[in-house]
Design a protein around this ligand. Sequence first.
Ligand code: CDP
Length: 788
Amino acid sequence: MAPKTSPEIGGMGHSVKRKEDPRFLRGQGNYVDDVVLPGMLYLDIVRSPYAHATIKSIDTSKALAIPGVLAVITGKDLEKYNLHWMPTLMSDTQMVLPVEKVMYQAQEVAAVLATDRYIAADGVEAVEVDYDPLPVVVDPKKALLPDAPVLRTDKKDKKDNHIWHWEWGNREATDQLFRDAEVTVKQDIYIPRIHVSSIETCGCVAHFDKVTGKLKVWMTTQAPHAIRTVFALVAGHVGLSEEKIQIISPDIGGGFGGKVPVYPGYVIAVAASVLTGKPVKWIEDRMENLQADSFARDYHITAELAGNKDGKLTALRIKTIADHGYTDAAANPSKFPAGLFHVCTGSYDLKAAHVEVDGVYTNKPPGGIAYRCSFRVTEAVHTIERMADLMAHELNMDAAELRMKNFIKPEQFPYKSALDWEYDSGNYGAALQLAMDKVGYAELRKEQAEKRARGELMGIGISSFTEIVGAGPSKHFDILGLKMFDSAEIRVHPTGKVIARFGTKSQGQGHETTYAQIIAEELGFPVANILVEEGDTDTAPYGLGTYASRSTPVAGAACAIACRKIKDKARKIAAYLLEAHEEDLEWEPGKFFVKGSPDRAKTIQEISLAAYTNHPPGTEAGLEAVNYYDPPNLTYPFGSYICVVDIDKGTGEVKVRRFVAIDDCGNIINPMIVEGQIHGGLTMGLGPALYEEIQYDESGNCLQGSFMNYLVPTAVETPNWETGNTVTPSPHHPLGAKGVGESATVGAPAAIVNAVVDALWHLGVRHIDIPITSAKVWKLLREAGVRG
Ligand code: CDP
């Protein structure tokens, strides 16, 4: 679609260079750890070596004897203020610091407050904790056995480790379709724990001013307003009142869902600042970050797909055990304990489906964050895309053909899925066809057959995913009761320059540029003259924050609507200035003119000045607007990815030779930024597909607690991504846009796994759980009698 505005204005469709990049490229970003305040103290945390143990005693004397160590805070200290436990985002409870026992390795046990970061670390080494180890449960299936030790002994009536059971869909209809099916496939799929591993770890600087009673917290959070409200609710009884809490999210070095939860470190730092009246800084190190927070996935899935011999799919049935660690701290909308997992019917027109999920406690850190994914959509997409491939292979049908046969057709939109979602728009066949053309699908299949005849291992994998982003319509979506709308506040200055503030918070997505482009599109101000601010609760309008690719679908829409309010007023001012009727005016980007007399025009800059110097009698001065946008529906971006792999028979190494990604996020605001989102997302899909997994041994020791053994792909591992797109606008979004930030991370892993299984199917391989390490493939090859 050709842009409607000139490059100077830079509205939608222009690849405007990111306004935020000059400060990042020059090392002038302002991250939490850059905040330095006079008299600031430093906090470091004593962590448990045990995954489950009673705390018999904590001896702080040696630590307190270190010059510069000012205090050691324990759970008992916080208990005095009833701050030793806090609520989680799923209305469970979580320890800030333990009083009786620890529940996972690396759990916070005590905090040392010192005049220097390194002295605080020395203090941590000197704290002596006497533990009495308890039996450990790391396997959620074992946690459900009748003789498993009950972990949450703090919950008086709890007699097992089961958190909740949740199900959705039509069980009877699904079972009947399975009974009637000509063919069914069934597969256990484990989607392991992984970590977001953003460049910046978590941390905060808390500053409580004893004179004014104001608490200011610079914090690595993706949702500053919600955090402010949670702080006010949790600590209201110790005098923290919401108007006196200011949360500032400065530049953030990657969030990906991991900076949504409230980690104990934040709360301890705030408590320490309130107690001392001094600013307190807490910054996690990399190993703390990898061992104690931001865990995603950990779903043990059993999926079944039913269909007919001609390849027509009919029903899907899924049972899942969700390992949430020791508390349910998942960042899901309240109504959906398994997130949006029930979008698992994907891009296919099924008659019925039924999904069951059981949440389980284990001795692991809390999991369930929406890692670059709209609340469990990655798990859903992985499952359906694996199952579709299994069915195709089972029927000896081409994987693309099976998909084409079962896609929801363009004319079926808006489409009500078997699990009750109303998909807004889509054209799945077009995206897959484009991907097939771009990759040269037919030739690749020929090449594969030839190679197979020669004993070489080559595979082609497809993933035709549908996402669900833009939480959300407030009738269905809230977190802790806070409805999931979002907001924009736009003010035009007299000289025609703009400041705009939002309830979201960019963590690298480029909002300073793309929101400015929406304003440029709607009002014709050049992007260069628009300042976008987010993340300061004292100035930004209330919003639920940035995660689950919701910024464009929700705050982007709020931005467009606020602009339209401003444009309505600008029209009135223009009519007054031009002595014309409003209805006789026409708009072209940047000016109103009288129909048929293009010379009788007023630019948006002239109108802005008049709003303050010569506004129409009887109207208010000024030119500004606010909008709180409650979307009527979610948006459903989609895509088709095709991956080509070659497998080394000697080492089992999987080499991604080609990867074609066709995405559709509706109308695009900034094509360059969208491409960047896709590239990053694809690499973050490659990681879990081939390398990343956080494992625990029987004693609950975390086996991937550093980057020495947790491989995040770098440029060396990353193949050349070949991207492209189709455009299917969202019919209900004011700009026709859908979210895109997470599509590639969601869609990529299944394409890679499908390619690897496709390469090995003739050897009897039906499924491989991610990550597909060389060792796993090597073992399968040896079992099949293949030698290098
Ligand atoms: O919520 P988050 O910013 O992570 O995700 P998003 O709404 O999908 O947006 C990611 C980035 O891509 C933002 O800078 C958006 O403005 C941009 N984008 C775009 O230019 N066009 C779209 N249709 C969707 C997103």
